[in-house]
Write a protein that binds this ligand. Structure first.
Ligand SMILES: O=C(O)c1cc(=O)[nH]c(=O)n1[C@@H]1O[C@H](COP(=O)(O)O)[C@@H](O)[C@H]1O
Length: 232
């Protein structure tokens, strides 16, 4: 199945808020990204409802733990029939191999994607956690581990997309948050690009939250964003 190019980040507290947004979105045009806040409040049932309604769902729980724990969490996530799930690459090779192995018997496994360096971080933030490398070097290092573990791709910033596709080929999927239309606020994102710049660099799936969810007319904003991608 072909997945949508845009996943709308539903960073909401509960189903009342999330449903109000989802009712303005078209499952033929966009997917939904469900993260920690909404999942912690509403749990798997709400996710299953969206899958039933025909939405492609990216379950963004960014698992990061010992291999056995992550493997079991990944297997549980796959039972929700979502299309994308993720782990933190910094959990290491063995953790990612265990996550991959946990999907071995799943009939239609979701894409298993590893988060490299969060798009809210720059080189100074990396130094703050004891990593004395450039962001690009660190993204590359973690992407290499993800590829070695047999994962389907990585979450990165669109700024690193060209480098990663050149290195790992186009089958290695790139999921990029930190997308900001030219006139939008960056909020807490540091490594950003516009939707058309992201397409130029070969991004596969974009995660876009506030520019859509805080716009006056989310449906119209989605149409504009898709038009920008098609015109590129
Ligand atoms: O894994 C993610 O989805 C993710 C990784 C990352 O490096 N940066 C990042 O912003 N995200 C998520 O992408 C979404 C971005 O939302 P906006 O900044 O509102 O567009 C948020 O829900 C984040 O949790």
């Amino acid at each position: 199945m072909k997945l949508p190019r845009i996943y709308v980040a539903l960073d909401y507290h509960n189903r009342i808020q999330a449903d109000a947004m989802v009712s303005q979105l078209d499952p033929q045009r966009v997917g939904l990204k469900v993260g920690k806040e909404l999942f912690t409040t509403e749990g798997p049932d709400w996710v299953a409802e969206q899958v039933e309604r025909g939405f492609s769902v990216f379950l963004d729980l960014k698992f990061h733990d010992i291999p056995n724990t992550v493997a079991k969490a990944v297997a549980a996530a796959a039972r929700l029939n979502v299309d994308i799930i993720n782990v933190h690459a910094s959990g290491g090779l063995k953790m990612m191999q265990a996550a991959k192995q946990a999907l071995a018997d799943v009939e239609k496994p979701p894409l298993l994607i590893a988060v490299t360096v969060l798009t809210s971080m720059d080189e100074t933030d990396l130094q703050g956690i004891g990593i004395d490398r450039s962001v690009e070097q660190q993204v590359l290092k973690l992407a290499q581990l993800a590829e070695q573990a047999g994962l389907d791709g990585v979450v990165c910033s669109a700024q690193e997309a060209e480098m990663l596709h050149q290195r790992f080929g186009n089958e290695f999927k790139l999921v990029t948050p930190g997308i900001r239309p030219a006139d939008a606020q960056r909020d807490d994102q540091k490594r950003t690009l516009t939707p058309s710049e992201a397409v130029d660099r070969g991004v596969d799936y974009m995660v876009i939250g506030r520019p859509i969810t805080q716009s006056d007319n989310p449906h119209q904003t989605v149409l504009q964003l898709l038009a920008e991608l098609d015109n590129d």
